[in-house]
Design a protein around this ligand. Structure first.
Ligand SMILES: Nc1ncnc2c1ncn2[C@@H]1O[C@H](COP(=O)(O)OP(=O)(O)OP(=O)(O)O)[C@@H](O)[C@H]1O
Ligand SMILES: [Mg+2]
Length: 368
């Protein structure tokens, strides 16, 4: 049976947590290359402050797509991360992505709550690439659309991965209050960062370029209108360096990220990066072309990126040429303060690029 109740239960748990709870919350982002944990305080004036942040590398192959292949290794990294920042027994939100998750904006006829729920089930069943009887399904109503129907975002995740991720995080004594998708967490941050900067009736592309995948979202008039997870990311470059230069995963990661005293990478590595970037751009173009044909949207205005993949040399310039629009890096610290006792200034750039999902999870509005 579909666990519709689970979402309601989570919401109720959350409301309870909110009533008694502190205003600080933890976001746990388990990525292929590293686990990132952020603790964020929401201040009474609505501002956010980063209290703690930790990122610890995940050994090669411990997590592939959304499957935990090596429980012990992931657990070890989680334990180290929790010990480093001392947030045991705290409430947290975990992020999911990958083939066992789903997000899509649907345009529905609307009606009573029950009618809308039926329409969600009916429509979602046609799109979700896995059995909805074995998944958790939730929807968020954006409001009426231009045609008078309802604009709804439907998200789903297979029970199995929800349970797997929840179990492992609970083993390090965190209390899992919410499960969210990485792509939606990224939008939480984007909304705070770009508040008042976005123009009405303009569409924005937002991408989190990770190691194994890139979350791609189109955002317009305060709504997500298109979501796609692309199976491309920094790992494609690492693997190509491994293959062409005959080195292992961590050597390839070092070759890719360690710049010399003049700020340059070896010529051979740069050539490999350029080759792989061409494939990356081709995939991005395919996704945008698909979106444009299905929507006839003519209002794409600019692009915002984040994720470790955004640090790849030449990526921003290449994207600007491909899209013929400005490409900006989301800078969390434009709008979010941080605790200078716990966070070292030298780490800010790395946190800004790779921490967005953990931030968005920690900024989750517990009342919805
Ligand atoms: N300075 C850098 N230059 C180039 N690439 C970098 C740099 N720093 C990190 N990366 C790459 O960014 C990727 C990691 O980014 P990120 O931490 O956002 O991914 P992840 O969250 O672990 O992965 P995913 O979300 O796909 O599971 C890796 O492929 C890594 O090699
Ligand atoms: Mg990631």
């Amino acid at each position: 049976m579909t666990k519709k109740v689970s979402f309601e239960k989570i919401v109720n748990d959350l409301k309870e947590a909110f009533r008694f709870g502190s205003n600080s919350f933890i976001g746990v982002d388990i990525g292929l290359s590293s686990i990132k944990i952020a603790q964020i305080d929401k201040r009474k004036n609505g501002n956010y402050k980063l209290i703690h942040y930790v990122s610890i590398d995940v050994p090669e192959g411990a997590l592939i797509e959304d499957e935990i292949h090596n429980q012990d290794q992931i657990l070890e990294v989680l334990k180290d991360a929790i010990n480093e920042i001392g947030v045991e027994n705290s409430d947290c939100c975990i992020g999911l992505s990958g083939p066992s998750t789903f997000a899509r904006r649907l345009q529905l006829a609307g009606g009573t709550d029950e009618e809308l729920r039926d329409q969600v089930m009916w429509e979602a069943e046609q799109y979700i690439p896995f059995n909805i009887d074995d998944s958790i399904l939730a929807h968020h109503i954006f409001g009426r659309n231009e045609g008078g129907g309802m604009d709804v975002l439907v998200v789903a995740a297979k029970n199995e991965i929800v349970e797997n991720f929840k179990d492992i995080v609970e083993k390090v004594n965190l209390k899992v209050k919410v499960i969210d998708l990485d792509s939606l967490a990224m939008i939480n941050v984007f909304e705070v960062i770009s508040h008042q900067k976005l123009k009405k009736d303009c569409s924005y592309i937002i991408m989190d370029i990770g190691a194994q995948n890139t979350n791609f979202v189109i955002y317009k008039n305060s709504r997500i209108i298109f979501v796609k997870e692309m199976e491309i990311g920094g790992l494609m470059i690492t693997e190509e360096i491994q293959r062409q230069m005959g080195v292992n995963y961590s050597e390839a990661e070092d070759l890719k990220t360690n710049i010399d005293e003049n700020g340059n990478l070896p010529e051979e590595v740069l050539e490999i990066i350029d080759e792989v970037l061409d494939n990356f751009f081709a995939e991005v173009k395919k996704t945008i072309d698909f979106y444009l044909t299905s929507s006839s949207d003519e209002s794409l205005t600019s692009c915002y990126i984040t994720g470790g993949g955004a640090l790849v040399p030449g990526l921003i310039e290449g994207l600007e040429a491909l899209l013929a629009m400005d490409v900006n890096v989301i800078n969390i610290f434009d709008k979010i303060d941080y605790d200078k006792k716990n966070i070292d200034e030298v780490d800010l750039e790395e946190i800004a690029y790779r921490g967005v999902v953990a931030f968005g999870l920690a900024m989750r509005d517990l009342s919805i």
